[in-house]
Design a binder for this molecule. Structure first.
Ligand code: GLN
Length: 473
């Protein structure tokens, strides 16, 4: 059995004949079957994965294989892969097959990655615990009574439980970083516009970004380098040159790091998470970096701003799922109008409906100014303040989440409590800046904790270079 450590070592081992792509795919299929109860994978693309493995083994022999040869990658179930099913873990997309591949899929396939299957997530990426999936809960492999985080819960678990090497997730308000922090993996949310969103099922288009979940920061750098870049199919993708992240990661500079006083003093912050973050700050200082407290007076506005704006965008994006165009159609419908109504009523889950209603409300004529316009203005204030801090500092450091993974059912009856899970992660999406969560020691409950670093627009190279050096203790 091959024990995967990182992409670079895997490439060397494949070249040296220590393993083969076919063996790696078979190993992944066996591991997924063995850990089926974790419910991370919704579907294994067995036939196409085996075919890719065979082709790539030939390429390795000929010396023409790409940089991701043999890397077994899982996709969150909201990333399109031509000829394969995709459902955003929703009943409303039942039976739907992608008609084209997302740009990220094209890019990883061009480097000979092997896509192994699609991963469970919260329905339409709405959630923080993976309890909102039409396919059921995903279990945290570190303690199966606990949630894996969300919405990219399956993506985080697949990496943490060694079901595949790397996964792609999407992050609108923390959906890559929070599950990474709950499972002891590395989660990276790129700058808005760094990675094409073409072929990602939209939740909130001005917040969504695709990014990797990996075992190491080095692997995140490689994946990011490959999936980033301008795309003619996504007008919001940036033409800014993609740096050589896997080389830049070696940079060893002394940085100025800000931590947000309000975050560290936040009421709901677990004392052990706080202690772990303070310990990392001391370590950073001991390495010659400067760490200083700054004030961020808008902490309490982050979550409300995020939920007003993202639900507004979601209500618009999800209007296309009407029982006519895609997937599921109600059998109880009698005419066009009832097809729309019944298909949506039966096809969407509770949380998605809650957000569509909230979003429709904040966009409605009587409340648009009071909520949506106001939310946009507050977004600007938060963004300006964040940028002002990042003018004087290289990074902003926070815990990734207020606590560790929690038990199933603990927050699901109280949406506000669940939304507060996102308090530290949504700032990066509101501002559009890159952010990473890296493992940061173990809590006395045995579960991992996460440290978040944010940097300025398109400073992913710098962000990766510091993140790679953070010790996991
Ligand atoms: N937990 C957040 C939410 O429920 C973030 C979701 C995401 O990033 N897709 O909206």
């Amino acid at each position: 059995m091959y024990s995967f450590s990182n992409i670079i070592t895997l490439q060397a081992d494949l070249k040296a004949g220590k393993t083969s792509c076919t063996a790696l795919v078979e190993q992944a299929i066996a591991a997924i079957a063995e850990k089926k109860h974790l419910n991370a994978f919704i579907e294994v693309f067995e036939a196409s994965a085996k075919e890719l493995a065979k082709k790539t083994d030939d390429k390795i022999k000929m010396g023409t294989a790409g940089r991701l040869a043999g890397v077994v990658i899982g996709l969150k179930d909201n990333i399109c892969y031509k000829g394969h099913k995709v459902s955003a873990s929703s009943k409303i997309l039942e039976g739907f097959e992608s008609l084209y591949s997302s740009t990220v899929v094209e890019k990883i396939l061009a480097e000979d990655a092997i896509i192994i299957g699609r991963l469970n997530c919260d329905e339409f990426a709405m959630g923080s615990s993976n309890e909102n999936s039409a396919f059921g809960n995903v279990l945290n492999p570190l303690n199966e009574k606990f949630v894996p985080g969300g919405s990219s819960g399956g993506s985080a678990v697949a990496v943490a439980a060694n079901l595949c090497h790397v996964t792609l997730g999407s992050d609108t308000g923390g959906s890559i970083r929070q599950p990474a922090s709950f499972t002891g993996t590395v989660g990276f949310k790129p700058t808005y516009g760094r990675v094409s969103r073409y072929g990602l099922i939209a939740y909130a288009s001005s917040f969504d970004q695709i990014g990797p979940i990996t075992k190491t920061v080095d692997d995140a750098a490689i994946i990011l380098e490959i999936i980033s870049g301008l795309d003619k199919n996504d007008n919001t993708s940036s033409s800014k040159k993609v740096e050589n992240y896997s080389k830049e990661i070696l940079t060893d500079k002394k940085y100025k790091i800000a931590y947000l006083k309000e975050c560290v003093e936040a009421e709901g912050l677990d004392p052990e998470v706080k202690a772990a973050v303070l310990k990392q700050m001391e370590w950073l200082k001991s390495q010659g970096h400067t760490v200083e407290a700054v004030n961020f007076p808008y902490l309490e506005y982050l979550v409300p701003t995020y939920y007003v704006l993202t639900t507004a965008e979601a209500s618009s994006n999800l209007s296309r799922f009407d029982g006519m165009h895609f997937g599921f159609r109600s059998k109880n419908a009698t005419d066009l109008e009832s097809t729309y109504k019944k298909s949506r009523a039966e096809g969407f889950g509770k949380e998605v409906k809650r957000r569509i209603m909230l979003g429709t409300f904040v966009l409605s004529a009587g409340y648009y100014d009071a909520y949506y316009s106001k939310g946009q203005k507050v977004r600007r204030v938060i963004r300006d303040k964040t940028n002002e801090i990042l003018k004087n500092f290289d990074f902003i450091l926070t815990p990734s989440t207020p606590g560790t993974a929690f038990e199933f059912g603990k927050n699901s009856a109280d949406p506000i409590k669940m939304y507060l899970e996102d308090i530290f992660t949504v700032q990066a999406n509101i501002a559009g800046i890159p952010a990473i969560s890296v493992p940061c020691g173990k809590h006395s409950n045995g579960l991992p904790m996460g440290l978040q670093l944010m940097a300025g627009y398109f400073e992913e190279a710098k962000l990766l270079s510091l993140a790679a050096k953070i010790p996991n203790n």
